[in-house]
Design a protein around this ligand. Structure first.
Ligand SMILES: *Cc1c(COP(=O)(O)O)cnc(C)c1O
Length: 453
């Protein structure tokens, strides 16, 4: 008889089409049906457990089936599941907006809701362009973006991203942007600090602004960590320089904190480490603790005012989603913020981050590990074919995938980005569980980098 796992996999493969997946892989790569989650653990239909080291694509903060978030959601469910947000409003949307305005850097005083990260990026891009149009500068239609950036996969969000894997195929469908080389500390010269590297590489941004400011609405960046681009990291000084230059050249700064927000980088928001307030900040993923899709786009009062006028002048912002500001999603976000308010989350994370560093320290000397880098609760291990020449493993060899497969065998969900193995765990992980992950990663790396393996 077929196991329940296998039976569900068979039913799934008969009807579903999975994200970011070559479906043919599942001829040999098992698909894992999950029965339940609890804390850092996911459990399949045979009772095997997997430690969710990547927070289910970076969304989960306080564990699966968190009792506090569950309780808040159950109550909301019995009160109001959804209502149109145009012409109507509700407590969860109001309270969440108030609290986000309070928590985010000073000056971000308005909240616009979208249904997911990509949709939120579309909102920020449209709002920025529309602001300039309402302000008598309709020629500002372009966007500046960093190399290796990722902002989602709808067409506008894809256009301002730069990860070839997602973008290349769809290029004929999307708008052209101005791409500037990123401040990525990976490109440090020998002896150069990450800060010096960021300053040096800022020259390209200054030049782009100088040349294109007249036609540019905004610069969009992922503050401190380019997550989908392989957890590449850079020094906060870059954000400070960028904020000053954007002011100077009258170009908006959009901070996409969809992945790095809510404590991932060590501060509640990554922008805090540079002491900057962007003109737009997009928050999603961890916003609802990993429960429901929701994005909040925050902006300044002066941008809001450029849309505020008599109806006949047609300056209103035009964007809507059916589920805008869904009460259940907002309630999950409020319950998540309650945990930040009542528990010393960031302080605990500092301890956990130190443990992640200690547990992986020795991997630095591994002949196939180029770098172990970390920003707060994100730690990445980049594999390399040749350390001296920095020749990467050909992507076709899918070395990272072997680490993934090994980890599953050992009871951990460690889904890599190409040749980058990373930990981005829920904040409820224990020090011992971090040690376990490091052990599993080490074993996986040994297997994956054995010659020709
Ligand atoms: C995940 C992500 C997005 C897209 O969010 P979705 O909800 O997946 O559409 C945008 N920007 C960044 C930085 C992300 O990590």
């Amino acid at each position: 008889m077929m196991t329940e796992n296998a039976a569900l996999m068979q039913r799934d493969l008969a009807v579903l089409w999975h994200p970011c997946t070559q479906m043919k892989d599942h001829e040999w790569l098992p698909l894992l049906p999950i029965r339940r989650g609890e804390g850092v653990w996911l459990e399949d239909f045979e009772g095997k457990r997997y430690l969710d080291a990547i927070s289910s694509w970076w969304v989960n903060l306080f564990g699966h089936a968190n009792p506090r978030i569950n309780a808040a959601l159950k109550q909301q469910l019995d009160t109001l599941e959804h209502v149109i947000l145009a012409g109507f409003t509700h407590r969860p949307a109001i309270e969440l907006s108030e609290r986000l305005v309070q928590l985010t850097p000073p000056g971000l005083d308005r909240v616009f809701f979208a249904d997911n990260g990509s949709a939120g990026i579309e909102v920020a891009l449209k709002m920025s362009y529309h602001y300039w149009r309402n302000s008598g500068k309709p020629q500002k239609t372009r966007f500046i973006t960093l190399s290796n950036s990722y902002h989602g996969e709808t067409l506008g969000a894809l256009a301002v991203g730069d990860v070839a894997l997602y973008k290349e195929t769809y290029k004929p469908l999307i708008m052209e942007v101005i791409t500037v080389s990123s401040p990525d500390a990976w490109y440090r010269e020998p002896g150069e600090s990450a800060a010096d590297c960021a300053c040096r590489r800022f020259t390209a941004m200054r030049q782009a602004l100088e040349r294109h400011a007249q036609e540019t609405a905004a610069v969009i960046v992922e503050p401190l960590v380019q997550c989908a681009g392989g957890m590449r990291m850079y020094d906060p000084i870059y954000l400070r320089l960028l904020r000053e230059a954007c002011n100077q050249y009258e170009v908006h700064l959009i901070a996409d904190e969809i992945a790095v927000g809510f404590g991932r980088t060590g501060t509640l928001f990554a922008c805090e480490q540079a002491g900057v307030t962007p003109d737009f900040m997009a928050l999603s993923k961890g916003l609802t603790g990993g429960y429901l899709p929701l994005c909040a786009v925050l902006t300044t009062d002066s941008i809001y005012q450029a849309f505020y006028d008599d109806y006949q002048n047609l300056t209103a912002f035009l964007h809507s989603h059916s589920y805008t500001g869904n009460p259940l999603a907002c309630r999950a976000a409020l319950a998540t913020l309650d945990i930040f308010a009542s528990d010393p989350v960031l302080e605990n994370n500092r301890r956990l981050a130190r443990r992640m560093k200690q547990a992986t320290e020795s991997l630095k000397d591994h002949p196939r590990v180029m770098e172990v880098r970390q920003t707060g609760m994100i730690l990445a291990i980049e594999l390399i074919k040749d350390k001296r020449s920095r020749e990467p493993y050909p992507w076709q060899e899918r070395r990272g995938l072997r680490v993934y497969q090994h980890a599953l065998k050992r009871g951990a969900l460690l889904r890599p980005l190409g040749n980058v193995i990373y930990f981005m765990p829920p904040y409820v992980i224990t020090p011992e569980q971090i040690d376990f992950l490091a052990e599993v990663a080490r074993e996986g790396i040994e297997l994956a980098t054995a010659e020709g393996s």
